[in-house]
Design a protein around this ligand. Structure first.
Ligand code: DC
Length: 209
């Protein structure tokens, strides 16, 4: 990559597919900045749970809001998915994400609509997914380990409800961009998923596909 140029990697997919880990590791490998865009919606969801209006919260969002405690809780995840349905909330968050994407030195953004709406011109696009059961199992283990009182069936039901809301909304639904590379992590270890993702981005950099 020539010095001073921007290279955007867009990584989309449903919850608990391994997107977060893959994005972090791809960013680390290439020395790119990383933005987990789910945190923007989670931070707005957190403010709504605290009694604020969703649009006002999105317009007033500051970078430090992304570091608040408790953004990973199931309660906040649900609130995030609900505010993410609103077109006005989504529009309030576009400029920040696009600015981040075009920074010099390269950027990885992960979310639901990065390759389709936020960065349709991204140089590399990945769609990271896995079966419902595999994703629910991973999320269940993660939540149990962090002390949440959850059952597998409850986690699976929550995940399906969130997927349906994220994929079914009219404004920027979760979707695979036609030019994205599909990474199905159902049968992959974390290391395999990361290696496949890095290889796919490298192929785009060198113009192989
Ligand atoms: O990736 P996550 O689980 O942290 O995302 C939380 C919610 O935010 C998710 O249910 C949908 C929403 N979201 C979105 O609508 N668009 C994005 N680019 C990222 C997240």
């Amino acid at each position: 990559m020539p010095a001073g140029s921007a290279f955007t990697v867009a990584i989309d997919g449903p919850a608990a597919a391994g997107k977060g880990t893959v994005s972090k590791e791809v960013a680390r490998h290439f020395g790119f900045a990383h933005l987990d865009t789910g945190l923007l919606y989670r931070a707005v969801g957190r403010r709504v749970l605290d009694g604020e209006d969703a649009l006002a919260a999105a317009q007033a969002l500051r970078p430090e809001d992304l570091h608040r405690d408790g953004l990973r809780s199931p309660e906040v995840a649900s609130a995030a998915s609900e505010v993410a349905v609103r077109g006005d909330v989504r529009r309030a968050l576009v400029a920040f994400q696009q600015g981040f994407a075009r920074q010099e030195g390269g950027a990885v953004l992960d979310g639901r609509d990065i390759g389709t709406v936020i960065c349709p011109g991204a140089e590399a696009k990945l769609y990271v997914t896995a079966s419902d059961e595999v994703r629910a199992r991973r999320r269940f283990i993660e939540l149990q380990a962090t002390g949440h009182d959850v059952t597998f069936d409850g986690v699976l039901a929550d995940l399906k409800a969130r997927d349906a809301r994220d994929s079914g909304r009219t404004d920027a639904p979760l979707a695979m961009a036609p030019d994205a590379v599909l990474i199905d992590t159902s049968e992959m270890s974390i290391d395999e998923a990361v290696a496949a993702s890095i290889a796919a981005v490298e192929a785009r950099m060198t113009g192989e596909r």
